[in-house]
Design a protein around this ligand. Structure first.
Ligand code: C2E
Ligand code: MG
Ligand code: MG
Ligand code: MG
Length: 283
């Protein structure tokens, strides 16, 4: 096994490992030009205020639209992109489309929506994130207060001081920071201690089995932490009316999930906003 790599041990690769490496090379070879050609596009998933049932924002999620029309999910290319460093270009591709789009919706009178974009932890370790964000905000005219970045706790966050410096500089611009997938990482609580977030996104693993007793207990505890820190809580993966009602009664501020809408292309998201404005959708 490749894992046992101490002194005097053999390193040999199983056919599966070779295939995985092969797959990574193939995806990378195709992904690099795809980014440059603008084939990475954001889909938008509504973020709903649970109290009013209204769409108050969107999460922008990367999709790879191939020339033949196939749509590749981030589960297939983000892991490869993380390993190869291409992920920072994907983050930028999504940001540089989502910001002008959100500004266009605001100017069309569809609401001062907040858009959040996922940022790889790798992005916090290198590059010039604050400068890049500033440039995108200036170019799009989107007020900083309408942009948020979603950060996940991962093993890639080698250097927490570096991450803090980056996040502080971004916060300084007026951009909000969300802690994504809360409760599933390696060190959730120490993350909260070391970095400051504006919103905690509770991972859908804690929502999917509701109202099962252990989910309920964990959810209450997480909502308590958010309230204690004075930050907004947002539940991911809200799929049923029962989950919605329960989350609302527990004091969760916002929600996102298939109950409201899956991630959709910009044109469809705009229809949702128009339906909301016309009063034909939500609550
Ligand atoms: P995430 O940021 O936690 O995004 C939430 C994921 O849950 C999305 O998957 C979304 O489609 C899915 N989801 C939303 N509502 C429901 C629901 O009710 N039920 C279920 N079962 N799933 C739901 P998606 O779009 O496939 O994205 C997967 C992950 O890929 C994201 O997880 C994020 O970590 C990553 N990702 C996506 N876009 C980017 C990007 O531009 N940059 C980076 N660095 N990562 C990205
Ligand atoms: Mg996210
Ligand atoms: Mg998430
Ligand atoms: Mg999640």
């Amino acid at each position: 096994r490749a894992k046992a790599s101490g002194k005097n041990t053999y390193r040999f690769y199983t056919p599966e490992l070779t295939r995985a490496a092969q797959h990574r090379l193939e995806v990378e070879a195709e992904l690099r030009p795809a980014i440059a050609l603008g084939h990475i596009v954001p889909y938008y998933q509504p973020v709903v205020d649970l109290g009013s049932g209204r769409i108050v924002g969107a999460e922008a999620l990367a999709r790879w639209r191939k020339p033949d029309g196939t749509l590749v999910s981030p589960a297939e290319f983000i892991p490869v992109a993380e390993q190869t460093g291409l992920v920072t270009s994907i983050d930028m591709a999504v940001l540089s489309q989502a910001c002008p789009q959100t500004q266009a919706w605001t100017e069309a009178g569809l609401g001062r929506l907040r858009v959040s974009c996922n940022i790889s932890a790798r992005h916090l370790q290198r590059g010039n994130l604050p400068g890049d964000i500033r440039a995108i905000l200036d170019a799009s005219g989107l007020p900083a207060a309408q942009l948020a970045l979603e950060v996940t706790e991962t093993v890639y966050m080698e250097n927490i001081d570096k991450a803090r410096t980056m996040l502080d500089a971004v916060t300084e611009l007026g951009v909000r920071i969300l802690l994504d997938d809360f409760g599933t990482g390696y060190s959730s609580l120490s993350y909260l201690q070391a970095l400051s977030f504006d919103v905690i996104k509770i991972d859908r693993t804690f929502v999917k089995d509701l109202p099962d007793a252990s989910s309920l207990a964990l959810l209450r505890a997480m909502l308590g932490i958010a309230a204690g820190l004075g930050v907004t809580s947002l539940a991911e993966g809200v799929e049923t009316m029962e989950q919605y009602v329960l989350l609302k009664s527990l004091g969760c501020g916002r929600g996102q999930g298939y109950l409201f809408s899956p991630p959709v292309p910009a044109a469809r998201f705009e229809e949702l906003l128009r339906e909301q404005k016309a009063g034909t959708r939500f609550p």
